[in-house]
Design a protein around this ligand. Sequence first.
Ligand SMILES: [Fe+2]
Length: 142
Amino acid sequence: MSNIAWNDNLSIGVDLIDEQHKSLIGKIADLEEALHSGQGPAEIVRILTFLMDYTKFHFGTEERNMRAYDYPDLDAHLAKHGEFKTTLANLSDDFKEEGATQGLADSIETLLMNWFVKHIKDVDHRFGEFLRENALTMSEDG
Ligand SMILES: [Fe+2]
């Protein structure tokens, strides 16, 4: 049974972001599932590519809104997004070099899911509070 799933504790109280977080976690779960069920490399590359594209899109939404509202923690938040994108690119390279190893499957959970959950509960949650405190709303295309 996969540990990778959305739960309501992850809500930051901003619908647009919550929906994107759900999609991203769903994609991480798809990747884990594809590795465990021995899907072929083409399918795994397809999911990894989608995950990288969607991550870029999602972080872009957050970052545009943070910029638009002069969010004070923008730089620290950007650095964290950069960290995740690098990790994801490294995992993708590992897959291309070594295939679907157990190490890669473990990394999906530890490096992607655990990182992402912590990120949501910590810094994304703080951004949600900032929006509420200042009565601001998020928009998809900033
Ligand atoms: Fe974020």
